[in-house]
Design a protein around this ligand. Structure first.
Ligand code: PLP
Length: 346
């Protein structure tokens, strides 16, 4: 099911088979009793990007590639950096200067050549495009090589296996380049072709941030591809992609499954990040938290019906975004020897 031909070429750090957690308390509050979260926050590098990196780097190694280059919003670059190091391969990574700081460190400590661009991932992509022409490096940009997608489709296999091959009704996915969503859709179609599942497919929901929602705009206009989103900006940095190369594939997956696309404001997704953490102990990444807000809205509008089984993709760990989650007002500073004054003690 995956492209690597010889086991000796597999470059692994122990990724895969992440937990599928029931969110009972949060689900009750939202009105979705059968609510689940696929938690990608606990794999190497703390995001689902490790899935694309393990397959992409393994296959690149198998093909004898020595240097890979890629633009990234941070998390993918971090994942490819550590897997490249593990493979003994060189990597050149270009990311926006505003990408999560920790992803810089992950690249830096892995010994890759890191560049920061004072712009967006689309600007980084153009720089990488010119460099691969000039130096002949392997272009690992989203959907410019076919193997990263293969790694990401394993999320689809796992969700179904974890539900014992019963099909959930809805899967919500925070969409930037959309590779995860395209991958889940590919997995579903493969499982159908194998005869492991029947006709029914989950309705796939593309969740974006209001500050960068080209897929949502295209879906609302029933278009097959999206327009470049000017002045893209959101705290959910991983989904700041003004124009995805595979936008038409994301839209096809949404249309073919009777899904939908929905945009979430930054303050809403940050609020839901806190609500989920308090209800369930999950410190989701902002991108993942956007799916909580989307589920709530779609339940309120009736698009998600009572009794439906709903899966949220938490694509990464909240701890990769240390600027989120903190409410200064919650902290009281004590001096040594102080006692805890009621009413603050629980
Ligand atoms: C945490 C996180 N979630 C979601 C995404 C979006 O990924 P995709 O390209 O599959 O849409 C990214 C991409 O950087 C990310 O880092």
């Amino acid at each position: 099911m995956l492209p690597v031909q010889h086991a000796a070429n597999i470059v692994s750090l122990g990724e895969g088979m992440t937990p599928l957690l029931p969110l009972k308390r949060l689900g009750e509050e939202i009105g979705i009793a059968d609510l689940w979260m696929k938690d990608e926050g606990i794999i190497p590098t703390g995001t689902f990007k490790a899935r694309g990196a393990t397959v992409g780097v393994s296959r690149a190694k198998e093909l004898g590639i020595e240097t890979i280059a890629m633009p990234t919003n941070g998390n993918a670059g971090a994942a490819w950096a550590v897997y490249a190091a593990r493979a003994g391969m060189k990597a050149v990574i270009v990311m926006p200067v505003d990408a999560p700081k920790i992803t810089r460190n992950e690249c830096s400590i892995s010994g890759v050549q890191l560049y920061l661009v004072d712009g967006l991932i689309s600007d980084a992509g153009k720089i990488v495009g010119r460099a691969v022409e000039q130096y002949g490096w392997f272009d690992a940009s989203t959907l410019k090589e076919p193997y990263r997608l293969e790694g990401k489709k394993t999320m689809g296999y796992e969700i179904l296996e974890q539900f014992n091959w019963e099909i959930p009704d809805v899967i919500l996915y925070p969409t930037g380049g959309g590779v995860g969503l395209i991958g889940i859709y590919k997995a579903l179609r493969e499982l159908q072709a194998l005869g492991w599942i029947g006709e029914k497919l989950p309705r796939l929901v593309s969740v974006q941030a209001s500050g960068c929602a080209p897929i949502v705009r295209a879906w609302e206009a029933r278009q097959k591809s999206s327009e470049f989103w000017e002045h893209a900006s959101t705290v959910a940095f991983g989904i700041t992609v003004p124009k995805a190369l595979g936008d038409f594939l994301v839209l096809e997956a949404v249309y073919e499954t009777d899904g939908c696309a929905i945009a979430i404001d930054d303050d809403e997704l940050l609020r839901e990040q806190g609500a989920a953490a308090r209800a369930e102990g999950t410190f989701m990444c902002p991108e993942g938290a956007a799916t909580v807000a989307a589920a709530r809205k779609l339940r309120e509008s009736g698009w998600i019906r009572s009794g439906e089984r709903v899966v949220l993709l938490n694509t990464g760990a909240g701890i990769k975004y240390p600027d989120t989650g903190m409410h200064e007002g919650d902290i009281l500073i004590l001096q040594p020897g102080d006692s805890l004054d009621l009413p603050h003690a629980p």
